[in-house]
Structure formats: structure tokens, C-alpha cells
Design a protein around this ligand. Structure first.
Ligand SMILES: NC(=O)c1ccc[n+]([C@@H]2O[C@H](COP(=O)([O-])OP(=O)(O)OC[C@H]3O[C@@H](n4cnc5c(N)ncnc54)[C@H](O)[C@@H]3O)[C@@H](O)[C@H]2O)c1
Ligand SMILES: [Zn+2]
Ligand SMILES: [Zn+2]
Length: 364
């Protein structure tokens, strides 16, 4: 047996409880001991009942529920017979995406649509199978979803590679075509927006403008290297951004506007901030339609991208950490032991009060 954080179903909440320890099921699996893990905003949505497939999975096993979590660092205990890249004792980052590595989409590097995952979205851990918020985890397709940890890097930095850094880098920075010398606006400075800030910074932009309604998030953004901060509840963000970006050589507006909130208001703000030839890079998950101001955008040669994380950039980001180009450990604001999981959820779900960005839970 082991202890794990289980989501019990609609309005039934979560519980740290005893469940059977996972075993190898398929030859491509590994089973690992969790050394560090964390909580994602998506886990909070699951607990609120907003992700129906998780609720269905949890309720199909009453009292036992579904173990949450899709981020973690493990020490491998056992490998399936077809795992070729890893062995017992290896310490690895677990990716939020568990791609098969073989299907049409995996070969096109859009593992977010892997056909072999039952949800066809690459994300299965803590979604439709038990996840990483536990003492042990079974990781499917281990050869494609694990990354060996180099010595001397903190778990606080490495854990950000499971999800938020690849999300922000792939969907925000790479899809957004951020280049050296660009002026970039980031709207929303939660864990994802701050990860976008960290990875944008590594591209040597001319200026980063951080926009959020929460002054304490703006202060964090400033500490992490934002050149300008704007709180749109106090300042007209459109006016301010155009004022900050006006020059005698070019029209005003940013080169890249990254939407990291997921509501129409902030997407539409990005449309107002963008300059000629700019790119709107949408990272937020949207639940409703937005107003596309095509009548303004087409004539400004504005391009646009959306995306779902594939985690194909994990190795590249790991190298940036090793080279000292990015320092994502600054996102880890709170630390707990695994058996304090329920308290960690309370802290993470109330960032207004706790000022939490990422909470890190460790086994020791
Ligand atoms: N595309 C993907 O693959 C992917 C993956 C993970 C998360 N996401 C999405 O990224 C988004 C950000 O995630 P997060 O965990 O950082 O979220 P979060 O809720 O923790 O942070 C959102 C931030 O936006 C700010 N905000 C809210 N309303 C605002 C407004 N009107 N103007 C300016 N700022 C405002 C909040 O103060 C907060 O700091 C979410 O929509 C999430 O679902 C996308
Ligand atoms: Zn996540
Ligand atoms: Zn695949």
C-alpha cells in the first residue's frame, strides 16, 4: 500500500489516503517513487468538477477515486521489458504529456494529440489514470515522457519542466515567434504567465510589459525581469502600451502579445496592444467565444496562434536551466511534505491570501 491524494468525485473533494501501490501494467511503463511533485491550476478545475472525464473516472471507483497530478520528479523503481532509455535508480522528470512516440501526431511533434492516449490529448496522468500526487506512480510510455535529471539542479527548478515551462515556451514563446529585440506584452502573470516571462527573457527581447489585475503578481513579474508593469484596473492598458512602444522609427504596439488568462476580455486586450506585423499568441484555455477584430488586424499584418502543450521542448528547456539561462526555481513559493497535501491544496487554491505561485511537495 501507499498514500496518495485522491479526487473522490463531484462535490466529494479530495483526501490523502491509503491505496494500493502501482505495478507495471504494460511493457512500456515504469513505476517510480515520487521525490517531488506539485499542484496545477488544472487540478483545481478537476476538484471543482469541471473536467467530466476525471469525475467519471473518480466516481467509477467509489471511495478510492482518482489520484491527481501530472507533474513530478521520480526515482525509478521498476521498468517494463520494453523500456530502453531508463533503468532502476534513475532520477527523472515526469512530463505532463505521456506520448506513444509512434503515432501520426507524435511523429509530427504534436504529442498533444497522441492517438494512443485514450483521451487523444497526450495528457493521461491524473486525468484518466492515476497521477503523480502520491508516494509512487506508474508512468506509461516512459521512454517518451521521462527526462533524466542532471546532477546539481534543484527539484524546485526541475519540477517546472513537467508542465508550466513547456506550456509557456511552446505555446507562448515558440508559437508566438518571439525574437531577439522584440517588445512583448504578457497578459496574466499566474504560474503560466510567469513561466512565459522567464522563457521570453531567455530570447533577449527589448522589453517585456507585464499586465495583471493583481498588484502582488505584478511585483513578482517585476522581480523576475519585467521592464514595465500595468494593472488594467487602475491604468488604461491600451493607452499605456501604445505610449510605451511609440517611436520615431515605427508605429506603436507590441511585437508579441501573449494571452495567459483564458477569458475574452484579455484576448481582446491583446488585439488592442499589437503593432503592425505583430503576433498574438494565445496560451489561455477559453470556455467561450471572443470577439475577433479582424477589421483592424488584417491590415496590420497581424498573425495569431493557439495551442495545447505537447512538451516536445522539455529537453531544450532543461539545457537552458543547466546553462543558467533560466531560473524557474523562483516560481516555487511554498514547500510541504507529501503528507501535507490537503494543506498544500488550501494554500495553492487561495493565492490572493497565500501569495502562492507554485507549491512543491517532497517525500523527504
Ligand atoms: N495551452 C495550454 O496547453 C495550457 C496549459 C496549461 C494552462 N493553460 C492555461 O493558461 C492560463 C493561465 O494559467 P495559470 O495557471 O497561470 O492561471 P491563473 O489563474 O493562476 O493565473 C491567471 C492570472 O491572470 C490574472 N488575471 C485575471 N483576470 C485578468 C484580467 N482581466 N486582466 C489581466 N489579468 C487578469 C490573474 O490575476 C492571475 O494572476 C489558464 O487559462 C490555463 O488554463 C493552457
Ligand atoms: Zn497542468
Ligand atoms: Zn502518439
Amino acid at each position: 500500500m501507499m498514500k496518495a491524494l485522491c479526487y473522490l468525485g463531484q462535490n466529494k473533494g479530495i483526501r490523502w489516503q491509503s491505496v494500493p501501490k502501482p505495478k507495471i501494467k504494460l511493457p512500456t511503463d515504469v513505476v517510480g517513487k515520487i521525490l517531488a511533485t506539485t499542484i496545477c491550476g488544472t487540478d483545481l478545475h478537476i476538484v471543482k468538477g469541471h473536467v467530466p472525464e476525471c469525475t467519471e473516472c473518480a466516481e467509477s471507483q467509489p471511495e478510492r477515486g482518482l489520484i491527481l497530478g501530472h507533474e513530478g520528479i521520480i526515482e525509478i523503481e521498476e521498468t517494463g521489458s520494453k523500456v530502453s532509455k531508463f533503468k532502476k535508480g534513475d532520477i527523472c522528470i515526469v512530463s505532463c504529456i505521456s506520448p506513444c512516440g509512434e503515432c501520426y501526431y507524435c511523429k509530427k511533434n504534436i504529442q498533444a494529440h497522441c492517438r494512443e492516449t485514450d483521451t487523444h490529448c497526450g495528457w493521461i496522468l491524473g486525468h484518466t489514470i492515476d497521477g503523480t500526487q502520491a508516494e509512487y506512480v506508474r508512468v506509461p510510455f516512459a521512454d517518451h515522457g521521462l527526462y533524466k535529471v542532471p546532477k546539481g539542479i534543484s527539484y524546485d527548478a526541475l519540477i517546472m519542466l513537467s508542465d508550466i515551462l513547456p506550456t509557456a515556451y511552446e505555446v507562448g514563446v515558440l508559437n508566438g515567434k518571439v525574437k531577439e529585440g522584440d517588445t512583448v506584452a504578457i497578459v496574466g502573470l499566474g504560474p503560466v504567465g510567469l513561466s512565459a516571462l522567464i522563457s521570453t527573457k531567455s530570447m533577449n527581447p527589448a522589453k517585456i510589459i507585464a499586465i495583471d489585475m493583481d498588484d502582488s503578481r505584478l511585483e513578482v513579474a517585476k522581480r523576475m525581469g519585467a521592464d514595465e508593469i500595468i494593472n488594467p484596473s487602475k491604468t488604461d492598458a491600451k493607452e499605456k502600451v501604445h505610449e510605451l512602444t511609440a517611436s520615431e522609427f515605427k508605429n506603436s504596439g507590441v511585437d508579441v502579445a501573449m494571452e495567459c488568462v483564458g477569458i475574452p476580455q484579455t484576448f481582446e486586450m491583446c488585439e488592442d496592444l499589437i503593432g503592425p506585423g505583430g503576433h498574438i499568441s494565445n496560451v489561455g484555455v477559453h470556455g467561450s467565444a471572443v470577439q475577433l477584430k479582424l477589421q483592424e488586424l488584417w491590415g496590420k499584418n497581424v498573425t495569431m496562434s493557439t495551442g495545447l502543450v505537447s512538451a516536445y521542448s522539455t529537453a531544450e528547456l532543461l539545457q537552458k536551466i543547466v546553462d543558467g539561462k533560466i531560473h524557474p526555481e523562483s516560481l516555487a513559493t511554498h514547500h510541504f511534505k507529501l503528507d501535507e497535501f490537503e494543506k498544500a491544496y488550501e494554500v495553492f487554491s487561495d493565492p490572493g491570501k497565500s501569495k502562492a505561485i507554485k507549491v512543491v511537495l517532497t517525500s523527504e
